[in-house]
Design a protein around this ligand. Structure first.
Ligand SMILES: [Zn+2]
Length: 116
C-alpha cells in the first residue's frame, strides 16, 4: 500500500503527459468467463487531468491475492494518440484459495476522453 502511494506521488501527471486532455471517464466492469463479478456491472470513474498518469484497478474478487489490473500502458497509448473512445480488457494475474488457482477475473474498461 505504501509502495503504491509512493509510485502515485512519483508518477507524472496526466496533464504533463497529455496536455490536450480535458476530461476522461472510465467505465469499469468485471467478469469471470461470462459471469459478472460484481452486482452493479458498471462502475464509472471520472479522472481529473491533474491525476497521476497511472491506471491500476484492484481485482473485484475479495478472495483474490496479489491481483489487480494494470492498464496504464494501454490507456496512455490511446490518450497520446488522441482517441475519444476506446475499450479494452485486462485479465487479473492474482490467485485464489489455498490451491492458488488462477483468479481468471477480467477487467473490461470503456473510456471516453475529450481534448482541448
Ligand atoms: Zn483477481
Amino acid at each position: 500500500m505504501a509502495r503504491r502511494q509512493q509510485s502515485e506521488d512519483d508518477a507524472p501527471r496526466l496533464t504533463s503527459e497529455v496536455p490536450r486532455l480535458r476530461t476522461l471517464k472510465l467505465s469499469l466492469s468485471f467478469r469471470r468467463g461470462s459471469v459478472s463479478l460484481v452486482e452493479s456491472a458498471h462502475r464509472r470513474v471520472v479522472i481529473v487531468p491533474r491525476a497521476p498518469a497511472l491506471f491500476w484497478v484492484a481485482c473485484a474478487d475479495r478472495e483474490c491475492r496479489e491481483g489487480g489490473h494494470e492498464i496504464t500502458d494501454a490507456v496512455m497509448r490511446a490518450l497520446r494518440s488522441g482517441e475519444a473512445h476506446f475499450t479494452g480488457e485486462e485479465p487479473c494475474q492474482g490467485t485464489l484459495g489455498a490451491a492458488e488457482s488462477q483468479c481468471t477475473g477480467v477487467l473490461v474498461y470503456e473510456a471516453d476522453a475529450t481534448y482541448g
